[in-house]
Design a protein around this ligand. Structure first.
Ligand SMILES: O=C(O)Cc1cc(O)ccc1O
Ligand SMILES: [Fe+2]
Length: 435
């Protein structure tokens, strides 16, 4: 039987702060004082360094942690390729505006077996670009399985179901309307404490998320640093040898390796490279209190040169003499959107549903559908709370986002009438004689 070092109450304790230097030990006197790699670490542990940036990365970008564990990660058998996984199908770059009906649930799969790539660009091998995935699962990953991505940092956006994520650095409970980021290389296992799960994932093949600069907003606002939560150290102490399988996604293919000991044996750790969660309900929304619709960058939660994570939380709209929904637009950026719950105010026509998605690529024109335009251009402009009970989000990237064969064909969720239902019905209102 695994021996855990925590009670249920203590299981989900967190350390608060974004990219703060944290340290945590599940047994007192685990972390060496004034050194990282003593000749004999305390309690007979092995020291292991986990680097998320190059050794020479500037101090303010340098992300690494020291792990003190029962056996080092290297103690495993060789990797074998697992061809039964087919997460990434061939990707094509097209300017088509896509919208998808809700992606299916899957009660039989576990999180890893229920993972499918929807879109992407670049290559994990050259550390450029990103991947976008949908997961759907109805079973916990086996206690003998763990996964890490060699390809990048995973930003997971649950849409349905709680995820009990056991990571090497401790436990995280993440629920819909929260997000979790699991950096490259950190092993984890997804348990399902309350039934089926489904959600979206953005994988960054390069770099790590930062909080956006606040500029004239000042020193607080948007996502505040103290609301990001890292786990506390927690370990399994299993003396009998067994078989554990470690899966990794490596250049978008799955490999696995067996080892005779649990990977969740980190008794203490310190550093700035760790998984963290954030409750989207804590986002402090800033908006226009006079006129005009601001750029959606005002809703950025996390930022990276490859992609930003932007949300559309419930908020008051008070602008005068303004068409309040998003304007019609074409961008050099591409926009992948998902909906966790509720409605999105730019799509009153109803085709954008929770668990569905849309993709508006580089310079592909889009904006409110015809119904939304009709309503918003005639609405009485009193203060109005938009998005009550809803949460839409966007993965926004300067790169073209290609679509996988699975997303276009196999999943059978594409709304091929998207353009003809949303924008083709827009009416002419042009009257040269009227100001
Ligand atoms: O296209 C979208 O719905 C996303 C979006 C929202 C917004 O408020 C402004 C621009 C934008 O691209
Ligand atoms: Fe847009």
């Amino acid at each position: 039987m695994p021996v855990s070092n925590f009670s249920t109450v203590e299981k989900y304790k967190y350390l608060n702060g974004f990219q703060s230097y944290h340290e945590s030990e599940a047994i007192p006197n685990t972390l060496p004082i004034g050194a990282n790699s003593p000749q004999k670490p305390n309690h007979g542990l092995y020291a292991e360094k986990l680097s998320g940036t190059s050794f020479i990365a500037p101090r303010h970008e340098n992300l690494q942690s020291w792990l003190y564990r029962i056996l080092p990660s290297a103690a495993h058998l060789p990797f074998e390729k697992r061809d039964e996984f087919n997460i990434t199908t061939s990707i094509s770059q097209v300017p088509t505006q896509f919208r998808w009906d809700p992606f299916d649930l899957d009660e039989n799969a576990d999180w890893l077996h229920g993972l499918k790539q929807v879109g992407g660009v670049g290559s994990p091998a050259t550390k450029t670009g990103l991947g976008i995935y949908i997961y759907a699962a109805g079973a916990s990953m086996s206690p003998g399985h763990a996964f890490y991505s060699s390809d990048g940092d995973l930003l997971i956006v649950p849409q349905i179901g709680d995820m009990d994520i056991q990571t090497e650095l401790g436990h995280i409970l993440v629920r819909p309307n929260e997000i979790v980021v699991i950096p490259r290389g950190i092993k984890f296992r997804v348990g399902l404490p309350s039934g089926q799960i489904r959600g979206y994932i953005l994988e960054l093949y390069d770099g790590h998320f930062k909080l956006p600069e606040l500029g004239p907003i000042g020193s607080n606002g948007l996502a505040n640093a103290r609301d990001f939560q890292a786990p506390v150290a927690a370990f399994e102490d299993i003396e009998e040898p067994g078989t554990w399988t470690i899966f990794t996604k490596y250049d978008n293919q799955i490999f696995s390796a067996e080892q005779p000991h649990t990977p969740f044996d980190v008794v203490g750790w310190h550093g700035v490279y760790y998984p963290y969660k954030y409750d989207l309900g804590r986002f402090n929304v800033i908006g226009s209190t006079s006129f005009d619709h601001p750029d959606p960058s005002i809703y950025t939660v996390l930022s990276n040169p490859t992609a930003d994570f932007v949300i559309f939380p419930p908020r008051w709209l008070v602008q005068e003499d303004t068409f309040r929904p998003p304007w019609y637009h074409r961008n050099t950026m591409s926009e992948f959107m998902g909906l966790i719950m509720g409605d999105y105010d730019a799509k009153a026509g109803g085709g954008f549903k929770p668990a569905g998605a849309s993709l508006h690529n580089v310079m592909s024109a889009h904006g409110p559908d015809a119904d939304t335009h009709e309503k918003a251009s005639n609405a009485e402009l009193r203060p109005f709370k938009v998005g009550e009970g809803s949460m839409a989000f966007m993965f926004e990237s300067p790169l073209m986002i290609g679509v996988t064969e699975w997303a276009v064909e196999e999943c059978r969720k594409v709304q091929w009438q998207y353009n003809s239902e949303s924008w083709v019905p827009l009416k002419r209102h042009f009257k040269p004689s009227v100001a």
